[in-house]
Write a protein that binds this ligand. Structure first.
Ligand code: G
Ligand code: G
Ligand code: MN
Length: 310
């Protein structure tokens, strides 16, 4: 609650242990939206420059990211068919081929200058039970785009779609996804479902849906690994085919021994269990270079490789 009083963009500057600073950032992000980053002391000129660049990005995007749509606005966007897929590739670090493409939701309305980001409407969709309508509109559009994208890339790839963990409470979810695939003559094996875990994943319905999806052949990805409710026990007990390492562990990995230790362990584990591994949020060449040193085909995703694109 210490942070509630700060209304503007801000930066945490401190000479404490990096973990103390990270925890402070984490708390700030929970309380308010405009934490730009943190600066360890002594302040290095390159860190300061990076923070100023981020500030610049924020200012370009405007305050827009603060706003949430109302229930009516969201319902309207859905009925007006304005839920729009943006695409971001996951690239195989050894073959340089696009292995899968993540579908990220945006809302594009004629009255706005910029697409509306998911932070402004996914929580609203979850709250007012509109998340299924939204997801299926997105899924329908991205399966329709699939064959055109295959032609552009000149090879097949998997489509990765985000599901909120609450959507798994619906036992009919596998059938609904299956119906859309049938229309476009696609197979579940061409689809990865990224499970975002804002809430715990533990009810009997959720676990059963997860299993039914896997039995049908869908790929299952544990998103944002290293944050929230994700833990090692879920990897042991649930049928995931992919782990996405959260960008908090990837950012600055080339000089962060803590992140390196965790990622080393995940590389070993994913090799032994034959699970695909994705590094999210790669922004720096140094991060890419560090990850490419593993003798493992890690999938690379982030602004450095490609921003999400319409
Ligand atoms: O760029 P990005 O701002 O697209 O996405 C922010 C967050 O919104 C990510 O954590 C992403 O998982 C989530 N998100 C994006 N699209 C969808 C979607 O279609 N469904 C759900 N449940 N989450 C999504
Ligand atoms: O949680 P999920 O894996 O679905 O997150 C995808 C989110 O991450 C989207 O908001 C996407 O726009 C964002 N994203 C993708 N690449 C990068 C990156 O390199 N840096 C940052 N900061 N965000 C990224
Ligand atoms: Mn995702």
């Amino acid at each position: 609650n210490t942070y509630v009083h700060f209304r503007n963009d801000h930066v945490i500057v401190s000479e404490m242990d990096v973990r103390v600073i990270s925890l402070a950032s984490e708390l700030a992000r929970k309380e308010m939206t405009h934490l730009i980053g943190n600066l360890p002391k002594p302040i290095l000129i390159e860190n300061l420059t990076a923070i100023l660049d981020k500030l610049h990005l924020f200012l370009q995007k405007g305050v827009q990211s603060n706003l949430e749509l109302t229930e009516d606005e969201l319902l309207n966007a859905i009925t007006e068919n304005q839920i729009t897929p943006f695409y971001q590739p996951k690239v195989d670090s050894k073959t340089n081929k696009v292995s899968s493409i993540e579908v990220l939701a945006r809302i594009i309305r004629p009255q706005d200058l910029n697409p509306i980001p998911p932070s402004a409407f996914i929580p609203v969709a979850e709250k007012y039970d509109l998340i299924n309508l939204l997801t299926f509109q997105l899924f329908e559009k991205s399966t329709a785009d699939h064959s055109r994208l295959v032609q552009t890339l000149d090879h097949d790839f998997k489509t990765a779609i985000n599901l909120s963990s609450i959507q798994l409470r619906d036992l009919d979810c596998p059938n609904k996804l299956g119906t859309i695939l049938d229309i476009y003559d696609m197979k579940p094996a061409q689809v990865i479902l990224e499970i975002t875990e804002e809430y715990a994943l533990d009810s009997p319905e959720q676990l059963e849906t997860l299993n039914r999806l896997r039995m049908r052949g869908f790929g299952l990805s544990l998103d944002d690994f290293g944050t929230g409710f994700t833990n090692l026990n879920q990897l042991r007990t649930l049928p995931f085919t992919e782990i996405k390492i959260d960008r908090s562990l990837i950012s600055g990995i080339h000089n962060d021994p803590f992140s390196q230790t965790i990622v080393n362990a995940l590389v070993d584990l994913s090799k032994k269990q034959n699970i695909d591994l994705v590094a999210e949020g790669i922004e720096l060449f140094e991060e890419l270079e560090f990850l490419q040193n593993y003798d493992r085909n890690i999938l690379m995703q982030g602004y450095l490789i490609s921003k999400p694109k319409p």
